[in-house]
Structure formats: structure tokens, C-alpha cells
Design a protein around this ligand. Structure first.
Ligand SMILES: Cc1ncc(C[n+]2csc(CCOP(=O)(O)OP(=O)(O)O)c2C)c(N)n1
Length: 394
């Protein structure tokens, strides 16, 4: 069933009376305060009415495991085992809360930073690490996980999500697409186009923006003089600002957007306000552009300490449960290290595989040039099995 026709979309665009109000002061939705107190939120409460102590412990587990993945990967990069790693330190609640709100048939379009989401989605450590070790161009089969591989080109995944969402409408499917993006990406033209098309065609898309306050060395204040969520109504998309270090609130906010998408309500924009506690990537040194007081301020809002404090205050987290979570995190880290170190080195010539379905003259020429270059080292035939199967220019 098609949810909306182009004609209706045109009508909505021509009727500013239906548009959402412009940006003003925005309420930041929160369910658990930084010191672990459960507050109330008129919009979000109903979306997490079913979340019991076990589900909350599950969110804690997700975040502790993510942090362990992060520490282990950063260590592996420092030991020369990974080429690069983009830490998610501090953003665990935004990733866990959003990922846990999704159904298996929803399609995720991530950036490079959503490695925690990939873990929750079921990606194997070997699939996650290959890209960062530089042994493979992509990680997993997107159709197996309903998750695209990491997108490095800032913002372009939002276009993919909108296109996918428009396809869902045409196919009469009830699922949705979610695009993860950073605060910096909101300045990118691709994101503008993605939001225009999503609004015009009422595509079931969640734009999930993690405002981690920095786009490498550029502060969010330079990207926008209004809250990022406040930009969305200008496109005819409701924008919601949520405390991105509050896993429960993020879960609720994403469920709110998911319900809108599945019921024909169209796109939503969520700004999860969080903080990148680590460097942009392991190639970055944040001490060159930001002060320590900022980090101290955000350490007090740490997403893991917050949920842990809440569970302890509620009396639903004992030493045994904490030990079990820690043991699970250790096991995941051991698996990660083992998977990473044992990733097979690819044949150099295989870099040309999967560029195009069919060969073309430019690719053939480059392949030949690279083959000649490798042959200079005299290490034997440089043609990989995959490349040989496709044929060679010689
Ligand atoms: C189109 C494009 N322009 C520039 C870059 C270089 N670049 C890589 S990450 C980054 C900053 C992105 O910041 P943000 O969107 O806030 O995401 P974050 O890294 O903070 O998660 C930039 C400019 C790129 N990868 N793609």
C-alpha cells in the first residue's frame, strides 16, 4: 500500500499551515537524571512503559560491552594491530538505546562510529574489525543484518536511507530506515537533500543525529546557531531533542519516531545530545583544540554511571549481575582481539575486486599498473584468485 501520493506531498509542501513551528527553545527530553533519578516525561513515558528491570540491565550490559569493545580496539590500534579506530566512548547510550528500539526488518544506515550498533545488530567481531585493520573494504553482508556497511563519506548515508524509505512506501512495507549522522553532517548538502525528499514523500525514515559536540576539531556551535533538532521543522519534519546519555530516554525517543514511521507518519529527526569523550579517531589528538573542563563536565553525565546509579537506587543490580556483565564484556574483548589478530591478509590484487560488477578499461589499466609495480618486488605472481577469475588485461 502506498502511504502517500506525489500529489498529496505537493499539497502539503504548498500548505505552510501544516508545517511544524520553527526553531525556538527546545525541551530536552530526559527520563533518568545524571545522578540516576527516574523523572517523568509527558511525551516519552508511554514508550517505555514495558521496560522492566531486566530490560534496563540489558541496556547496561550493552553499554558496558560497547565500552570494552572501544578500549580493546583502541589498545589494538596503539599496538599496531588496527590501522584506525573511531571511538564511541561517551556515546554508548545513544547507540544502545536507538539500536534496541529497532525491529529486525528495519534497515540501518550507519556512519563509521556505530560499531556498537553493529554489535547489537549481530555483526561478528571479525566482520567489524576487518575494515579497521584494513584487510577488507566492507564488513558484513548488508542484507544479512539489514544494516549497511560503515559510511565514511559524511552525510551520504542519509540519502541512502531516504531512498530506501521511499522504496518501502512503494512496496507497501511497514518497516523503516534509520540514518545515523553526526552534528557536523547536518551542514552537509546531502543531508539537506535527504530531508527534503523524506518530507516530500513522507518516507519512513529516522534521522538519528548524535550531537557529540565536535566534528573533528569544529565545535557544534559553528555548525548551527539553533538546536540541531530545531532545524527539522523547516523541512516539515518533527524534531525531538533527547538526552543522548540517557539510554532509556533514547530508547523511548527512537520508539516514538519508529511508531510514526510505521504508521505512515513519515520521517522524524532525533537529536541525541551526547559527548565524544575520546578523540575523533585514533589519528586525532583532541587536546589540541578543546579544554579539559569540558571533558570533566561530561564525565559527570557518563551514560554508564547514570544507568548503573539508577539500577542500584532501585535495588535491581547486585554484585552477581555486575560480575556477569563484566565477564561478558571480557569475553567479547577476547573474541575481538582473537578475531582481529587472526584476520587473513588479503592478496594485494584483490583490492580491485568488487569495484564494478564488470571490468572497464580504467580499472583494467590500473590493475595492470599495480601488477607491474608488485612484480618489481619479485615476490612471485601478484594475481589474486579473485582477480584471475575476472580475467586480466594481459
Ligand atoms: C563528504 C566528506 N567531507 C569531509 C570528510 C572528512 N571528515 C571525516 S569525519 C568528519 C567530521 C564529521 O563530524 P560529525 O558529522 O559530527 O560526526 P562525528 O565524527 O563527530 O561522529 C569530517 C569532516 C568526509 N569523510 N566526507
Amino acid at each position: 500500500m502506498i502511504r502517500i501520493t506525489l500529489h498529496e506531498g505537493e499539497q502539503r509542501m504548498n500548505n505552510p499551515g501544516q508545517a511544524a513551528p520553527g526553531p525556538g527553545p527546545m525541551p530536552m527530553h530526559q527520563l533518568i537524571t545524571p545522578d540516576g533519578q527516574r523523572g517523568a516525561d509527558a511525551l516519552l513515558d508511554e514508550y517505555v512503559a514495558d521496560v522492566d528491570a531486566e530490560a534496563l540491565r540489558g541496556l547496561l550490559r550493552d553499554m558496558v560491552v560497547m565500552r570494552r569493545i572501544d578500549f580493546e580496539s583502541t589498545a589494538l590500534q596503539r599496538q599496531g594491530q588496527l590501522a584506525l579506530w573511531p571511538p564511541m566512548l561517551g556515546q554508548e547510550a545513544a547507540q544502545a538505546g536507538s539500536a534496541r528500539a529497532l525491529e529486525a526488518d528495519d534497515f540501518i544506515f550507519p556512519t563509521y562510529r556505530e560499531n556498537g550498533v553493529a554489535h547489537i545488530r549481530g555483526a561478528k567481531m571479525q566482520q567489524i574489525m576487518g575494515v579497521w585493520r584494513g584487510t577488507s573494504n566492507t564488513g558484513w553482508d548488508p542484507h544479512q543484518l539489514n544494516m549497511a556497511t560503515p559510511q565514511i563519506i559524511i552525510g551520504s548515508q542519509t540519502l541512502h536511507a531516504t531512498g530506501y524509505g521511499m522504496g518501502l512506501v512503494l512496496d507497501g512495507k511497514e518497516s523503516l530506515a534509520i540514518a545515523y549522522l553526526g552534528d557536523g553532517a547536518t551542514s552537509q548538502g546531502d543531508v539537506h537533500e535527504a530531508m527534503v525528499f523524506a518530507a516530500s514523500f513522507q518516507a519512513p525514515v529516522i534521522f538519528f543525529c548524535q550531537n557529540n559536540h565536535w566534528a573533528i576539531s569544529e565545535p557544534v556551535g559553528l555548525q548551527s546557531s539553533v538546536p540541531l533538532a530545531g532545524r527539522a521543522p523547516g523541512y516539515g519534519i518533527p524534531g525531538l531533542q533527547v538526552d543522548g546519555n540517557d539510554a532509556l530516554a533514547v530508547l523511548a525517543a527512537t520508539r516514538w519516531a519508529a511508531r510514526r514511521a510505521r504508521s505512515g507518519g513519515g520521517p522524524s529527526f532525533i537529536e541525541a545530545v551526547t559527548y565524544r569523550m575520546g578523540p575523533h579517531t585514533t589519528a586525532d589528538d583532541p587536546t589540541r583544540y578543546r579544554g579539559v573542563t569540558e571533558l570533566e563536565e561530561w564525565t559527570a553525565k557518563d551514560p554508564i554511571s547514570r544507568l548503573r546509579a539508577h539500577l542500584l537506587a532501585e535495588g535491581v543490580l547486585d554484585a552477581g549481575a555486575e560480575a556477569a556483565i563484566a565477564a561478558e564484556a571480557d569475553a567479547v574483548a577476547a573474541e575481538l582481539r582473537d578475531a582481529c589478530i587472526n584476520l587473513p591478509d588479503p592478496e594485494p590484487m584483490s583490492v580491485f575486486d568488487n569495484v564494478y560488477v564488470d571490468d572497464n578499461p580504467v580499472l583494467l589499466r590500473q590493475r595492470e599498473e599495480y601488477k607491474r609495480y608488485l612484480d618489481m618486488f619479485g615476490t612471485g605472481p601478484a594475481t589474486a584468485a579473485g582477480t584471475a577469475a575476472k580475467g586480466s588485461a594481459s
